[in-house]
Ligand binder design. Structure first.
Ligand SMILES: Cc1cc2nc3c(=O)[nH]c(=O)nc-3n(C[C@H](O)[C@H](O)[C@H](O)COP(=O)(O)O)c2cc1C
Length: 409
């Protein structure tokens, strides 16, 4: 999937530098050419010889090398690449990037480039959460730098928390989604995404709903739009803003959500990420139900809501080529997701564990399994934006396949 792509890998001075060796191997396995720039501190952790042997290319480090500058100057290094990857991205190099410093070859290349940049931070948890690093990351994100990780976990410094560099496989996935994004493989395709909770009125002031924040669904809609799709996002009531570059339709109830989905017309892919309430009040009261002292609380009779995922999955000429459902479960995640896939007739299920301990509802990260006819894939814990990018890249791959390959699945 990375055939013909050229990656400039900048290795800075952190303990995680050893993982960049594995990263080079995996990128090359996927067909990419990798050229390395090593900082002075980075060279304390991995040798230029190891990077050179794995990349089968020269390793660059000295800005003032006469030979390097005549053969491959600092500007040419970035010109020759499709993507710059900083892994590990130390607190120091992030600060230098944010400040616009050009005090060594790595920083100069990063300042001189007009190519996309992916950073994989790796540092002690206190360095990562320090206000200076937080501000630097914010600045870099605003300038368009993409981040993968860091992950939570045990660290070399005997501490625990966010700061571990993403695993090489996760960085490769981020590289793939960035490079696929530059190709806009979903141009000409139409996508429908549902997101957020629904609200089912009990009376004019009370409702049944759930904790869905809409963060994951909105991120998926945005990721599909970045890949060039014309996206309609049907959103229940959420606090997150409307993503740029697509059409958002605001609804409250499941009935309204279904109507908005059907009104969106024919689409190539439908992603049902909304947490649609299973039931609604059978007879919502027209006026506020009064609390009467000394009487029993009122019984609310429930009736099932329309099944949006099953409706969109129904075979027929108007069915999207790909229907993706979400399963939010608190137990037997994978078994329930497999059963849901066949019950609803959809093509893929993204299963996420929403037990309170996971913090998935409303949180920033998500651990999902992708269930398809080909089997079950466990994805690592990722930021919701990274889950969205990865799913959008997979959708693009699937929709780009010749029909015979789809039929064979
Ligand atoms: C043993 C050791 C481990 C280090 N690990 C990290 C690290 O994981 N992340 C980080 O940001 N800095 C780490 N540092 C500090 C950096 O090496 C230092 O800030 C250096 O100036 C980074 O330079 P560079 O960003 O140009 O590569 C470590 C230092 C030592 C001595």
């Amino acid at each position: 999937m990375l055939h013909g792509k050229r990656i400039l890998l900048i290795v800075a001075g952190g303990i995680a530098a050893f993982k960049s060796l594995e990263l080079i191997r995996r990128l090359r396995e996927r067909g990419a050419a990798v050229r390395c720039v090593l900082t002075d501190a980075g060279a304390r952790f991995v040798t230029p010889l190891s990077l050179q042997a794995l990349s089968e290319d020269r390793v660059y480090g000295d800005m003032f090398s006469l030979t390097d500058e005549s053969e491959m100057g600092h500007i040419q290094l970035s010109r020759d690449a499709d993507l710059l990857v900083v892994a590990p991205a130390t607190a120091n190099i992030l600060a230098r990037m944010a400040a616009g410093l050009a005090d060594d070859l790595a920083a100069t290349v990063l300042l001189a480039t007009d190519k996309p940049v992916l950073a994989a931070p790796a540092m002690n948890v206190r360095m990562w959460t320090h206000a200076a690093t937080v501000a630097n990351v914010e600045i870099l994100k605003k300038r368009g730098v993409t981040f993968v990780g860091p992950n939570d976990g045990a660290m070399a410094c005997n501490e625990h928390g966010p700061g571990r560099m993403s695993e090489p496989a996760e960085i490769v996935a981020a590289v793939e989604s960035m490079l696929v994004a530059t190709q806009r493989p979903l141009a000409g395709k139409r996508a429908l995404v549902t997101s957020g909770p629904t609200r089912e009125a009990i009376d004019p002031v009370r409702y049944i709903s759930n904790h869905s924040s809409g963060k994951q669904g909105h991120a998926i809609a945005a990721a599909l739009a970045r890949l060039g799709a014309e996206v309609t996002l049907v959103s229940g009531p959420v606090a997150v803003g409307d993503p740029a570059g697509l059409r958002t339709v605001h609804v409250e109830s499941a009935d309204q959500m279904l109507a908005a989905c059907l009104a969106a017309g024919r689409v190539d892919v439908a992603v049902c990420a909304a947490a649609v309430a299973d039931w609604k009040a059978a007879k919502p009261a027209g006026a506020k139900i009064k609390k009467k002292t000394g009487t029993q609380p009122p019984a609310i009779e429930l009736t099932p809501n329309p099944d949006i995922l099953a409706t969109l999955s129904k075979p027929g000429p108007g069915r999207p080529a790909l229907v993706v459902g979400f399963a939010a479960e608190t137990e037997d995640l994978v078994a329930n997701a497999i059963a849901k896939r066949s019950r609803k007739g959809c093509d893929w299920i993204v299963a996420n564990d929403v037990s309170p301990a996971t913090g998935t509802f409303g949180g920033e990260r998500n651990t999902v399994h992708l269930v398809s006819a080909e089997g079950v894939e466990a994805w690592p814990t990722l930021a919701k934006g990274d889950v969205a990018d990865r799913l959008a890249a997979r959708i693009a791959l699937h929709l780009g396949r010749p029909r015979s390959a789809e039929a064979a699945e």
